[in-house]
Design a protein around this ligand. Structure first.
Ligand code: ADP
Ligand code: MG
Length: 253
């Protein structure tokens, strides 16, 4: 694909939970090769947006298009298979499994039906292929030397990297990162920023949610700012830092 082409398009996306409108008429585009930040105060609707984009949740209204096709209504594994992978705000890792096995869980949609199949064992050829891809993903994030350790021995920073490796194991075109730098120390945050830049150079397109404004502002090309489920503003980090509505939303938190 061409750099700059629209890869992901969110239009009029709305999600209601009973009387609460968690996401309200959100529209934005993610272009190939960019790092787009999605920011907003706690409860603004960022994680719900991720869940709608990855089809974990069905929208009340609106649509998500990926590479020109509607993904709304497709099951999450089908969306993953098309090249859209995500990390979770609260990583779902298996402490008793090795780092490599945890990373290999990210490849399950490429092979068979689901996470149960992944845990109970792949067909033999698939298992090999899956472990090779998982190892490659660990190399990309710098965790390959820990491949055969149990995940419960990892530091917070290493767990965050493993969560990214698991998402990378399916070789996605788009990576959705939900607060990937939460709990990291300053030095780890700098390494994390360098990793994201490296992945983008390798052709990955990134949608990033994080609360560390210094990290986000230094990393993203553009920002979409959410407030109470709605899109408040959109633009470059510099434009957003000088936007009156954005400043008010953050000061009023
Ligand atoms: P953010 O990630 O920006 O902090 P969320 O998307 O997690 O925000 O939440 C947006 C709003 O939707 C919050 O008010 C939250 O309590 C509510 N919410 C999120 N998920 C659910 C759910 N499954 N059921 C009911 N309310 C939810
Ligand atoms: Mg969230």
């Amino acid at each position: 694909g061409q750099p700059g082409e629209v890869l992901l398009e969110v239009s009029g996306l709305t999600k209601r939970f009973g009387g609460l409108v968690a996401v309200s008429d959100m529209s934005f585009q993610l272009r190939r090769g960019e790092i787009l930040g999605l920011i907003g105060p706690n409860g603004a609707g960022k994680s719900t947006c991720f869940n709608l984009i990855t089809s974990v949740l069905v929208p009340s209204e609106g649509e998500v298009r990926f590479k020109g096709q509607t993904i709304t209504g497709k099951p999450p594994y089908a969306v993953h298979k098309l090249g859209l992978a995500r990390t979770f705000q609260h990583p779902h890792l298996f402490p008793e499994m090795t780092v490599l096995e945890n990373a290999a869980l990210g490849t399950y949609t490429r092979t068979t039906a689901g996470i149960l199949t992944a845990m109970l064992g792949f067909a033999r050829g698939e298992e090999q292929a899956s472990l090779v891809e998982a190892y490659r993903a660990l190399e990309r994030v710098g965790l390959a030397h820990l491949a055969h350790q149990k995940a419960d021995g990892l530091t917070v920073g290493q767990l965050r990297l493993l969560e990214i490796a698991r998402a990378l194991a399916s070789n996605p075109e788009v990576l959705l990162l939900d607060e990937p730098a939460a709990g990291l120390r300053a030095g780890e945050k700098r390494q994390f920023a360098a990793l994201i830049r490296k992945l983008v150079n390798e052709g990955v397109t990134v949608l990033l949610v994080d609360h560390d404004m210094e990290l986000v502002m230094g990393l993203v090309d553009r920002l979409v700012v959410m407030h109470y489920g709605e899109k408040l503003a959109e633009g470059t980090p510099k434009e957003m830092q000088n936007n009156k509505k954005v400043i008010e939303a953050y000061l009023g938190e």
